[in-house]
Write a protein that binds this ligand. Structure first.
Ligand code: ARG
Ligand code: GLU
Length: 722
């Protein structure tokens, strides 16, 4: 005690230093890092949120018994978020989230990617096969029910089986007598479990999208970057049956009437304003040890980056020369480029913030704390196992990014079930018929976006690259054998194969008999695909799986131990595609020495970036006219400028795309669509000085809908607060 008083007295003399230390440590646990569970906001975050500026309560955000903001949020198509903005089920999400659906409705004659699309009436809204949106009805902590059935002695397999059995019972009970679906998700690496009940709608239609020159302005050049000028939004609508319930697509379905929709604020934003993001971040890994981060940045990311460099270069060469190829490969190349750039940024960020050495310091403390207890051996054991695993992990990355990046191999792999069933001594004809039907249904959409010469180039280059880099990985001997047999005749093989040629494959399938499997089996491309698949299953997966199980268990224990070591720290659970709230304030940042990035961009910046030669920076004439006439309607800011995007320090991740940015009153002020490049390491380690989420200002979105597209019928549906 005395020591403490003396310490405080010394500190009083240096009270500014003390204040600094206090702020720093406070800053560490509270520095706007975290994606929190809506269910626990009231207990864990409400005070902090209100201190930062929130004017509503945690229950306004999440409530099971009354309607709350959660009833306006959906998970969109598996990988994004969207929000309901009218009593007619109108949805806003990002352009890049709707991209695949816009693309599927596009052709050279009617190119909605290029020209944009605006349904004039409800009848013109376009059905999107396969697109689903899920509303969260309720979440519940079921940790106790599950954990009391698990014992520390259980091996991972038994543990997983037990969890899945109990989860089965819990979910069955939870949705009995309803049309809901339920899932149980592990949290904190399997130290806790939550039940999620969803209502899933299956008829979702495309309502509108700006041209890519607005919705993807800046393209892959500006992707993951601030300052940003992308109008990254698209508009959809949920349809329901006559009872307002989920139904398959039918022309008789009607616009869904939601429990809740978000009011939209045109009041505008200022630096420092409180905001929160409500959505479905996919995956983060914030509690890993240093050696895992090291492997990700030094071993795994470089392989992915290198191979995507090659794949993107090939796609680009072909896309440049031909418009059809450009449409065919637009979505694929955007997806590849997105990961490529993110991992590049992540690696830089990890280095820049000394993440590895900071984790090492943390681990020294941990080891000291753990010295005489049950966790004493944990980290050394974990490290040993991880190093073993990393070798196979890297081998797997080579296989998936190089070999399986070849499209004809992936289509050939999809025939494996059919072939296997056909060569059985007594083939199951019903099963074969079903499999054949599924294949027939999936082929057209594959070939619509397939250009054989591009894929041939890909095959040649990637197989070559794979071989050249075989020394440090587990490499498939079957590829050597295949090469010996066919290596010199790649071009002839490709020409003669079934798989790069839709008509041949369809011809074969139409009157398919089990004996036709022989033709497939003789196809060298099938031979390669199936040998690589069995390499993947029997040699890679067989080794990776048990290692992965040990690592899961080690990480689970490490997570538990970290929570025991710091009982007063609030640990937010890693993202796992469940609904979360991230909150913070609108904020600028300093990306590099002597450079300061402001918190907001405007239409002036779009015009500044315009470059008629570079595809990413073309500006539609109509947008230029509106800019010149300053025809911004009620969407301009106080100084008469048209805002486009802004940044804040909300902790977000992939999957948060399309998530609403809400203000202190819970009104919609923007759509989250990206993070800044300097901050992409936040999936592994968040840095309050560098990490920002990027948001499309809702005023730009409405301006484009209203003034640019003239789709005022959509604006009329919304509830706008001036
Ligand atoms: N980086 C954002 C995200 O992770 C946007 C991606 C789409 N945009 C693009 N130019 N590829 O999804
Ligand atoms: N664009 C990302 C997505 O599709 C969101 C950005 C991020 O990863 O933070 O979800």
């Amino acid at each position: 005690m005395l020591k403490l008083i003396r310490f405080l007295m010394i500190c009083a003399r240096h009270r500014f230093i003390l204040l600094g230390i206090l702020l720093l440590s406070f800053g560490n646990s509270y520095a706007d890092e975290g994606m929190w569970l809506p269910l626990l906001l009231e207990k864990l975050n409400q005070r902090d949120m209100q201190m930062k500026g929130l004017k509503i309560t945690a229950r306004d955000i999440y409530d099971v018994n009354h309607s709350s903001l959660k009833d306006a949020i959906v998970q969109f198509g598996g990988g994004c978020t969207a929000e309901v903005v009218s009593d007619q089920g109108l949805l806003l999400t990002n352009h890049h989230c709707g991209y695949g659906y816009i693309q599927r409705h596009s052709s050279v004659q009617q190119n909605y990617l290029e020209e944009g699309f605006w349904a004039r009436t409800l009848e013109d809204e376009l059905p999107c096969t396969g697109l689903k949106v899920s509303f969260l009805i309720e979440m519940r902590d079921v940790s106790q029910t599950i954990l009391e059935n698990l014992t520390p002695e259980m091996n991972e397999k038994t543990r997983a089986k037990t969890i899945s059995q109990i989860s089965g019972q819990i979910t069955k009970e939870a949705i009995q007598g309803t049309h809901y679906q339920a899932e149980i998700e592990p949290f904190y690496n399997g130290n806790q479990f939550y039940l999620f009940i969803y209502e899933i709608f299956r008829d979702v239609r495309l309502v509108g999208a700006p041209p890519s020159s607005i919705g993807k302005f800046g393209g892959d050049t500006d992707n993951w970057m601030w300052p940003r000028h992308t109008g990254d939004f698209s508009v959809f609508r949920i349809y329901a049956d006559a009872n307002n319930l989920p139904a398959d697509y039918s022309p008789n379905n009607r616009p869904y009437q939601p429990r809740r929709f978000l009011p939209i604020s045109l009041k505008g934003i200022e630096k420092g304003d409180f905001t929160f993001v409500y959505g479905y971040p996919g995956s983060t890994r914030e509690y890993l040890p240093s050696f895992v981060i090291r492997s990700i940045t030094e071993q795994q990311n470089p392989v992915r980056i290198h191979l995507r460099d090659i794949r993107l270069r090939i796609m680009d060469e072909y896309m440049q020369v031909n418009k059809t190829i450009c449409i065919q490969y637009a979505s694929k190349s955007a997806g590849l480029a997105n990961g490529w750039k993110k991992w590049t940024g992540e690696n830089r960020g990890i280095t820049r913030i000394n993440a590895i050495s900071r984790k090492q310091d943390y681990e020294s403390n941990f080891s000291r704390w753990a010295q005489h207890g049950p966790y004493n051996e944990l980290l050394p054991l974990y490290e040993k196992k991880y190093l073993e695993y990393a070798y196979y992990r890297v081998s797997e990355l080579w296989l998936s990014e190089a070999a399986f990046g070849i499209e004809c191999l992936s289509i050939a792999r999809s025939f494996q079930t059919l072939v296997d069933a056909s060569v059985k001594p007594r083939p199951d004809t019903a099963f074969i018929r079903k499999t054949k039907k599924q294949l027939l249904a999936s082929l057209p959409s594959f070939y619509k976006n397939y250009y054989p010469p591009l894929d041939f180039e890909m095959m040649k280059t990637l197989l070559d690259e794979y071989q050249k880099n075989r020394q440090n990985i587990l490499f498939p001997i079957s590829l050597d054998n295949w090469n010996q047999k066919y290596g010199g005749r790649l071009s002839a093989i490709f020409d003669k194969s079934l798989f790069p040629h839709q008509e041949r494959l369809l011809g074969l399938l139409k009157n398919y008999k089990p004996s036709d499997a022989r033709r497939i089996l003789k196809d060298p491309i099938y031979e390669l695909a199936s040998s690589l698949s069995s390499f993947h299953k029997n040699e890679l997966q067989a080794r990776v799986k048990p290692l992965q199980q040990s690592l899961d268990s080690l990480q689970r224990t490490y997570m538990k131990a970290q929570m025991e070591m710091e009982p007063d720290r609030l640990f937010y659970p890693d993202a796992n595609s469940t609904l979360r709230v991230a909150y913070g304030n609108i904020l600028d940042y300093y990306p590099r020495d002597a450079v300061h990035y402001l918190h907001q961009t405007t239409l002036k910046g779009v015009i500044e970036k315009e470059d008629s030669v570079i595809a990413d920076y073309q500006v539609p004439i109509r947008l230029k006219q509106l800019y010149e006439q300053k025809n911004f309607g009620r969407y301009a800011d106080k100084s008469g400028n048209m805002p486009v995007a802004f940044i804040a320090n909300n902790h977000t991740s992939g999957g948060n795309s399309g998530s609403p940015l809400l203000n202190a009153e819970g009104q919609l002020i923007g759509l989250n669509f990206d993070r800044n490049w300097e901050g992409t390491m936040s999936d592994l380690m968040y840095d309050p000085n560098l990490c920002r989420n990027i948001t499309l200002d809702i005023r730009y979105c409405l301006f484009i809908i209203d003034k640019y597209a003239g789709a005022s019928r959509l604006i009329d549906e919304m509830s706008i607060v001036q």
